[in-house]
Ligand binder design. Structure first.
Ligand code: FAD
Length: 161
């Protein structure tokens, strides 16, 4: 598949980029693996805040509305899956693979978000992997601080790209 622009990551940032390209009548392919960072908020019936006109709305509903508006543009194409094996071809085009499908794009936008690596500061009920434990900070009714006086001081989570 050969396209003008590939946007890897179809959450808020990727869709915002794709919308501007669609307005400019470019052929855009959005590839999304479906792991929006705030998915855990929806999983706990939570709300998004501080986003003008959307305050108090479920984050999944905001993303769904964005996707609906984006799909009205005929030059936007959507592919669910994980983009892998990216490389620059000899002719300068960007190539990658989604499953068995090879994609060649003139330009590439990476909107893959960040991954939270949480320190063991909060011990929350049934704390599991990183994303659900973030949601539990918002919904838990009780928590205890990990470690003891001899433990190293707590640090802020590091964020990696
Ligand atoms: C618990 C929690 C609560 C939050 N609450 C708020 C709030 O109230 N208000 C607010 O403004 N913000 C809030 N945020 C922050 C908000 O979620 C992020 O700012 C926002 O999701 C960032 O959007 P993004 O598009 O940059 O990345 P993300 O939402 O992380 O999306 C990245 C997308 O890229 C996809 N992707 C990654 N790699 C690939 C690949 N190789 N191939 C294909 N797809 C790929 C992922 O599957 C994902 O869909 C919250 C975050 C958390 C964790």
């Amino acid at each position: 598949m050969k396209i003008d622009f590939a946007v890897i990551g179809g959450s808020y940032a990727g869709m915002a980029a794709a919308l501007q390209l669609a307005r400019a009548r470019r052929q855009v392919l959005v590839v999304d693996a479906g792991r929006r960072r705030n998915q855990c908020v929806d999983d706990h019936d939570g709300e998004a805040h501080g986003f003008l006109t959307q305050d108090g709305r479920a984050p999944g509903a905001i993303a769904e509305e964005a996707r609906r508006q984006l799909r009205r543009y005929p030059t936007v194409h959507w592919m669910a899956g994980q983009a892998e094996d990216g490389r620059v071809a000899p002719d300068g085009r960007l190539e990658f693979r989604v499953g068995d499908v090879a994609i060649s794009a003139g330009r590439l936008i990476l909107a893959t978000g960040v991954r939270d690596e949480l320190p063991p500061v909060l011990v929350l009920p049934n704390a599991g992997d990183a994303a659900p434990s973030i949601a539990r900070t918002a919904t838990a009714t009780s928590w205890t601080r990990a470690g003891s006086a001899s433990s190293p001081p707590p640090r802020w989570p590091s964020i990696t790209r």
